[in-house]
Design a protein. Structure first.
Length: 223
């Protein structure tokens, strides 16, 4: 695959571990990692910070072009120059991001940026609609799944490590709610691409998921 762009699309529901694994895979391969979820979280944070109701589609879509998002190589996230790396991972943002992500006007703007980026970079990109809408011609498509309980426990552990206050009950309900909203939105909903390979990560450790995913990637690329 020398001198040829390779796009790896990793899709799946909330808290399936996509970002964690995608970062590791990108580093292993020497590709660029693009956290598309952080982009929607930035818009969510911006709207909340401006006092805009995140379920008010007209108001949210009206400000999306005012937002400049910078995803740094060290995983720092800037929104109009402000470091929001931690702020976009709070329970309040978690509770509202699926509403923002369901808005067609916002998805068109952000997915447009993602599509353009994938034209010029070998990239590992994770999200909900990467393999179905953003880069449907990606060389590798993987759909990560895990049980609701497993995903809730992972998110709870992650929040505890970052000192983000939460309860396992609230996270469990948030995961269920986000699954419903993400899979039922009208435009580019969460779904497995026909040619994606499904990977159930529920019983696996992070190194085991990485190994399984690298095996899939190498098979697809003929390495």
């Amino acid at each position: 695959m020398e001198n040829k762009l390779v796009r790896i699309a990793i899709d799946g529901p909330a808290a399936a571990g996509k970002s964690t694994i995608a970062k590791i895979i990108a580093k292993k391969l020497g590709y660029t990692y693009m956290d598309t979820g952080a982009m929607y979280r930035c818009v969510t944070w911006y709207c909340m910070n401006k006092g805009i109701n995140c379920q008010d589609q007209k108001a949210c879509e009206a400000v999306v072009n005012d937002i400049k998002i910078d995803l740094k190589p060290d995983n720092t996230v800037l929104c109009n120059g402000t470091d929001v790396t931690r702020a976009i991972r709070t329970p309040d943002v978690n509770a509202n991001v699926s509403y923002i992500a369901a808005m067609k006007g916002i998805r068109l703007v952000l997915s447009g940026l993602q599509k353009e980026f994938a034209k010029t970079h070998s990239v590992v990109m994770d999200g909900r609609d990467i393999g179905t809408y953003v880069i449907p011609d990606a060389e590798v498509k993987i759909f990560m799944i895990a049980s609701v309980e497993c995903r809730a426990q992972r998110r709870y552990k992650e929040n505890m490590e970052k000192n983000i206050p939460c309860t396992i009950e609230d996270i469990r309900e948030d995961v269920k709610k986000r699954d419903y909203i993400d899979s039922h939105r009208d435009f580019a909903p969460l779904k497995k691409a026909d040619d994606a390979i499904e990977l159930d990560t529920s019983p696996l450790t992070i190194p085991q998921v990485v190994d399984a995913m690298m095996k899939i990637i190498n098979q697809k690329l003929g390495a």
